[in-house]
Design a protein around this ligand. Structure first.
Ligand SMILES: Cc1cc2nc3c(=O)[nH]c(=O)nc-3n(C[C@H](O)[C@H](O)[C@H](O)COP(=O)(O)OP(=O)(O)OC[C@H]3O[C@@H](n4cnc5c(N)ncnc54)[C@H](O)[C@@H]3O)c2cc1C
Length: 486
């Protein structure tokens, strides 16, 4: 799994195909030069470099429909692409995919903002952060929030059913979408842009496209749910007595702070060490080092929620129970932001310590500590000097169970253990009733693992859905499901 391109020769496109594409999208909507294509085929961590003959960038739904019709008529496969921040190589074309890339980045308009209905209708290429900002300008809040929000696009978020830091309260992308506009594999436009909270008129088709990783159709626009803007926010950085205390601490937060609880993130000491060593402008909020921490945040859409008082009672109770040993309560926005900067650097600073073998897993909340301890013991038995690095969205059962390389080992030598370590960790996940991909999806990177663990019946039902919506298997072939083309 080291950085590589597959080396397969680039397929040639049917004669006249590029000229026909150019007619639809004009010169500025078509990239064919290698240096322009490169960023679109390079995975954001640089681990994979794919290949494609062109990147097409339609500017309207109609153009997407014409492009898809052309591709269908010529049997050319298509990889839809958003911000290309995905972590499973789902939005990149590889030479053996024999596909072009369809980038939604020029479709970036907010079509409608309806604060009274608490909805906004946006095009798929809108950057997530711009959507959050547009909602804030009309005193509303769009809760989807991830480390990549400055570059990822809402179409990519929806297609990968992104999670992030506010899932405990608001759910993942699936829960935030009321309607979709989709261009089908055969180039028809499905207008499902309903802004309704109740609509019992048959199969909920939008749910098929959410989380489908571009394998069923191209999402061109979406109706999103909005919420009252945040008026009060409280953030605490807490040292745990022991890992196991995270669970009663979460239950206590849910009963004392209640529905206002947005985020409950686990941070291990090794993460703090990496962030303090490699990131700029980071300080330890607490005086002494501790083995485990939780970053907890609550917010309210009114100024009467009294969150600081609730937080103080909560921390006092937790201290009395012995579940926490120290805590810092943010006194202002700057301090709260600094806690979150620390959390973001837990993700980013791992890279500076060499190779990392990653697992984005979920297990039932009640077994998370047991999972971490069991997985740590198993990977350390396999490679004693490995550095387990479990962190993330413990409040919704999702741990990024990453494994940093042994200090003295060569990076490539370490990454050669990728498949073996995946199997050790995923076996434990599945045995504990969990999922091998909680929020990042399957893409190309986890295809084999998913086929290994999912029941043949479940895979067959997924294939039947794909067959009915994409009969020629031209939508992102080889991602999520095996490529069945000859
Ligand atoms: C620093 C960092 C932090 C991250 N944190 C999180 C996190 O907390 N939670 C989380 O869930 N993910 C996280 N991610 C992963 C990633 O950012 C998300 O998966 C994101 O939703 C991908 O959006 P994108 O626009 O970059 O999509 P891309 O990477 O471009 O594509 C992702 C998938 O969606 C498909 N797709 C894209 N656009 C469309 C469309 N319009 N129609 C149909 N299919 C489409 C692609 O074919 C591909 O299968 C993180 C990534 C980074 C780099």
């Amino acid at each position: 799994m080291a950085s590589h391109s597959t080396g397969a020769p680039l397929p040639t496109l049917p004669e006249g195909f590029l000229a026909a594409l150019r007619q639809i999208v004009d010169d500025k909507g078509l990239l064919t030069a290698a240096e322009e294509i490169l960023p679109h085929v390079t995975e954001q961590r640089g681990r994979f470099v794919g290949a494609t003959a062109c990147v097409v960038k339609p500017a309207t739904t109609q153009e997407v429909a014409e492009v898809m019709k052309l591709c269908c008529d010529h049997n050319v496969a298509v990889v839809p692409q958003g911000g290309n921040t995905g972590l499973v190589s789902a939005g990149i074309a590889f030479a053996e995919d024999r596909a072009i890339i369809l980038s939604l980045s020029r479709m970036n308009r907010v079509r409608n903002l309806d604060p009274l209905n608490n909805t906004m209708t946006v095009e798929a290429g809108c950057i997530l952060q711009n959507i959050q900002d547009a909602a804030a300008r009309v005193d509303r809040f769009f809760p989807l929030s991830l480390g990549s929000e400055g570059t990822c696009q809402i179409g990519g978020n929806i297609a990968s059913n992104a999670g992030g830091i506010n899932v405990i309260r608001y759910g993942n992308s699936r829960a935030l979408v009321l309607g979709l506009e989709v261009v089908t594999a055969e180039g028809e436009v499905w207008d499902g842009l309903r802004s309704l909270r109740k609509d019992n008129t048959g199969y909920d088709l939008k749910q098929l496209f959410i989380g489908s990783e571009g394998t069923l159709g191209v999402i061109t626009a979406a109706v999103l749910k909005l919420f009252p803007a945040t008026k009060e926010r409280s953030t605490a950085f807490i040292a745990l007595g022991q890992l196991e205390d995270a669970l009663p601490l979460l239950s206590l937060a849910q009963s004392v702070i209640g529905e206002a609880l947005n985020s409950f993130e686990l941070i291990p000491r090794i993460g703090m060490d990496f962030a303090l060593k490699h990131a700029q402008d980071i300080t330890d909020p607490l005086a002494q080092p501790h083995d485990w921490y939780v970053l907890l945040e609550a917010s309210a859409g009114t100024q009467q929620a009294n969150l600081p008082t609730l937080f103080e009672s909560y921390l006092e109770l937790a201290l009395e129970k012995g579940w926490i040993t120290d805590a810092a309560l943010a006194q202002n926005t700057a301090q709260a932001d600094s806690f979150w900067r620390l959390r973001e650097n837990i993700t980013l600073c791992q890279k500076a310590e060499g190779g990392s073998i990653k697992h984005d897993i979920s297990v039932p909340l009640s077994v998370i500590p047991a999972f971490i301890r069991k997985a740590n013991a198993a990977v350390e038995a396999y490679l004693p000097t490995i550095r387990p690095y479990p962190f993330g969205h413990i409040g919704d059962g999702n741990i990024h169970y990453n494994l940093s390389q042994p200090i003295a080992m060569d990076k490539d030598e370490y990454l050669a253990h990728w498949d073996a370590l995946n199997r050790i960790v995923h076996d434990i996940v599945v045995e504990m009733g969990g999922s091998i991909s909680a929020e990042h999806g399957i893409g190309r990177v986890k295809l084999k693992e998913n086929l290994h663990y999912k029941s043949p019946l479940e895979i067959r039902m997924m294939q039947q859905i794909k067959q009915s919506l994409d009969p020629k298997n031209l939508m992102n072939p080889g991602k999520l499901l095996p490529d069945t083309r000859k």
